[in-house]
Design a protein around this ligand. Structure first.
Ligand code: MG
Length: 371
């Protein structure tokens, strides 16, 4: 089975707001093979830039566009194919947008391989250890604690057993922070998990003070309290924090995650459509095996990302995935058989490959044509 073409299709809703919502603008990748099969992947990043990285023509050695690198190649060992993409984009890649673009192709190659072998991706990745995965929803904190409480009530009403709150007013004032987290905890009760996402606002010293303040409220994890580049701060904080520390949604390749493990993070949150794809997720899980570090997918874009995250978790026996509740049609409708939320859990698709089907009308309706 050889690659004959790669499409990078930019989808965007008409009004993209200045909020941390990855469901507004995505890049869908389709890899075509000479036997007629098509694999689907997604990139959650700067879609224009990542599309250019896929579409760019041949240049000098290790500076090619991804389509140029891959068309005509046999689809075989996906670890080797990842290495091929990484090596031949080396002069402008290694991190950042090149790895984000590789993520979309890597997911599509897993989907394609699964379709060719008539196997779900989780089986290819080592075997289906779970039929469904526990979900958590992410919310922005309300403007007032009552607003946060109302969102927590929505999570309870949806049957969720875990919810995460972050950003907005949080992080500026310790009293305000405690009031909001207390409001969420009061509604969620002790039996549900509560996570807090700081959004990279603090220094290690401030984070340690806040972790001590929030610890009595039973926080499952404190997410991205520091700048993603403050590795020394993470090392110091993880050693002393009474609350587990999470991070990694902005990191790429196994090399970044090796550093986070070394810092002592309790939870790693690779985003499969950003970090380098399922191949990198599999590597990160292998690095965590036998340690106390747990992988929980960051997943806030479309059903393609969700399906890939579910297969990854099913293959490693993980039992938590982020479940996006945003109303964007790119999240709700692009995948016509979007894995549903049921009793706080999400079924792992059972069909070949990722086990999902794209809605061609939605694809055509929201695609951005550049000429
Ligand atoms: Mg986050």
């Amino acid at each position: 089975m050889k690659i004959t073409d790669i499409e990078a299709i930019h989808l965007r809703i008409p009004d993209v707001e200045e909020i941390a919502d990855g469901t507004q603008d995505v890049l869908v990748v389709r890899v075509h093979a000479d036997n007629g099969l098509v694999g689907v992947g997604e990139v959650t990043s700067q879609s224009y830039v990542c599309k250019a990285i896929i579409d760019a023509p041949r240049s000098a050695e290790r500076r090619h566009g991804l389509r140029e690198i891959l068309v005509g190649r046999e689809i075989d060992d996906l670890q080797e194919m990842w290495q091929t993409m990484y090596y031949h984009t080396n002069r402008y890649g290694r991190r950042g947008a090149a790895i984000h673009a590789i993520s979309g192709i890597d997911i599509a190659l897993w989907d394609l391989k699964g379709k060719a072998l008539n196997q779900p991706v989780c089986e290819l990745m080592g075997g289906r250890q779970r039929e469904n995965i526990r979900a958590y929803a992410s919310y922005l904190f309300g403007d007032e604690p009552a607003g946060t409480a109302a969102l927590a009530q929505e999570a309870v009403d949806l049957g969720l057993t875990a919810a995460k709150f972050g950003w907005n007013v949080f992080g500026q004032d310790p009293d305000v922070d405690v009031a909001h987290v207390q409001a969420a905890r009061d509604v969620l009760g002790d039996e549900r998990d509560l996570m807090v996402d700081v959004g990279c606002k603090w220094t290690a010293d401030v984070a340690l003070e806040r972790a001590k303040l929030l610890q009595p409220l039973g926080i499952k994890w404190l997410e991205e309290p520091l700048s993603q580049d403050d590795l020394q701060g993470y090392k110091q904080l993880c050693a002393e924090s009474p609350v587990p520390i999470a991070g990694g949604e902005g990191d790429v390749t196994r090399f970044d995650f090796e550093r986070l493990i070394d810092c002592g993070l309790s939870y790693l949150q690779p985003d499969v459509a950003f970090c380098g794809g399922l191949t990198v997720c599999q590597q990160v899980s292998q690095m965590c095996a036998g340690t106390s570090t747990v992988c929980v997918p960051h997943c806030f874009s479309t059903g393609i990302n969700l399906a890939a995250s579910l297969h990854w978790m099913a293959s490693v026996g993980g039992d938590l995935v982020e479940y996006c509740l945003r109303p964007s049609p790119l999240m709700r409708k692009l995948v016509s058989n979007l894995p549903p939320l049921k009793d706080g859990r999400v079924p792992v698709p059972t069909g070949p490959g990722l086990g999902i089907t794209l809605d061609e009308e939605i694809l055509q309706q929201f695609r951005v044509d550049y000429d």
